[in-house]
Design a protein around this ligand. Structure first.
Ligand code: NAD
Ligand code: IPM
Ligand code: MN
Length: 352
């Protein structure tokens, strides 16, 4: 393998089940790194509710500067019932997405053998799609405000910001991805009501489709929810705005084994800095500390991270290990998952 590559990976375990699932993901990454012949230098950052309670800080500028120097960032989850809503979510997650220009949130939804549940009635080949969620604009841009707070004329606004450049770069990423897959791209929006932003998204998607030769389809977001449950084979790559992508990706998770197994990559496709990889789920305060957190979403996020770093084979090892564990019957505890993943990864190594 020539010279020994090593990656500096910042790890932000965060709150609730975050530390529980990132511990397993780190262990899996170390295992495939050893086998595939590259090094990993972990740089832990204890950000989250505890730091905020102690110092009032969420993401100190000095920490952000250090994070910028990492090759990638693996994040668990943030959010805690004792912290007012939005402080950690906006102050850490959304700030990272904005500051690091992570304009694509890549959220694959892939049905794997062995996954049960009420909605797992699809054939595996019919549910293997990717949601490309615009990740820095829309209703998440932070535009809006409140006046006359606490009175009967209190008025609150959240404005959805959509720039041509922001929309186009996201759709271009999705079209390139579609071109490498089935050649089919679906825009999901709500052009029948959101006529301003919808028009911008639709015209831009049509232009990008013409430029790249992908086949463009369109669905309103409400209908897309129905189609996802009823006929997911209709989708391969979905591109959509920030809030629709947030909602659709939880639905995609529910269809493929639950939030515990859904991964995501917050990507800076231009590679002007590190990308952030995190499971789709949150800090799950209802099960934190019970030993029942499913680490599969975190491990699959680490697989996306390795793929992004160019360690494709190692990423595939992790993906295959999760599939093998699910097919054999998903363990009910985090420890059970860890042991099963260890065994699956050793078995993969033995086959080579
Ligand atoms: P959640 O994703 O934390 O939990 C939703 C449900 O899914 C809960 O029943 C939970 O037990 C279950 N769940 C989640 N992850 C699981 C796992 N790994 N294994 C098994 N079950 C799992 O969403 P929520 O309850 O709406 O939010 C809780 C907190 O997390 C909030 O503060 C929210 O803002 C935050 N949040 C953070 C992120 C993130 O860090 N990326 C994402 C979503 C929510
Ligand atoms: C997600 C989460 C975040 C989002 C929250 C916690 C800010 O739900 O990553 O899906 O809405 O993007
Ligand atoms: Mn979400």
């Amino acid at each position: 393998m020539g010279d020994h590559v090593s990656y500096a990976i910042a790890c932000v375990p965060g709150d609730g089940v975050g530390p529980e699932v990132t511990a397993v993901a780190r262990r899996c990454v170390d295992a495939v790194a050893a086998r595939r012949g590259f090094g990993v230098e972990w740089r832990p950052y204890p950000l989250g509710a505890q730091l905020w309670r102690k110092t009032g800080e969420v993401l100190p500028d000095s920490v952000l500067d250090e994070l910028r120097t990492a090759d990638a960032i693996l994040l668990g989850a943030v959010g805690d019932p004792s912290v007012p809503p939005g402080i950690l979510e906006r102050g850490l997650l959304l700030r990272l997405r904005a500051e690091l220009d992570l304009y694509v949130n890549l959220r694959p939804s892939k049905l794997r053998a062995g996954v049960g549940g009420a909605v797992a009635r699809h054939r595996l080949e019919d549910l293997d799609l990717v949601i490309v969620r615009e990740n820095t604009e829309g209703l998440y841009a932070g535009a809006g405000g409140t006046v006359h707070r606490g009175t009967m004329i209190e008025t609150a606004t959240e404005e959805s910001l959509n720039t041509r450049g922001g929309v186009e770069r996201c759709i271009r990423y999705a079209a390139d991805l579609a071109a490498r897959r089935s050649g089919r791209l679906t825009l999901v929006h709500k052009t029948n009501v959101l006529v301003h932003a919808g028009d911008l998204w639709l015209r831009t998607a049509q232009q990008v489709a013409a430029d790249t030769g992908v086949t463009l389809d369109y669905a309103h977001v409400d209908a897309a929810c129905l189609y996802l449950v009823d006929n997911p084979a209709r989708f391969d790559v979905i591109v959509t705005d920030n809030l629709f992508g947030d909602i659709l990706s939880d639905l995609g998770a529910a269809l493929t084994g639950g939030l515990g197994v859904a991964p995501s990559g917050n990507l800076n496709p231009d590679r002007t800095g590190p990308s952030v990889f995190e499971p789709v789920h949150g800090s799950a305060p209802d099960i934190a500390g019970t030993g029942r957190a499913n680490p599969a979403g975190a491990v699959l996020s680490a697989a996306l991270m390795l793929d992004h770093l160019g360690e494709t084979a190692a990423g595939e090892d992790l993906d295959a290990a999760v599939s093998a564990v699910l097919e054999a019957g998903a363990p009910e505890t985090t420890d059970g998952w860890e042991a099963a993943l260890d065994a699956a990864l050793s078995a993969t190594a033995a086959l080579r």
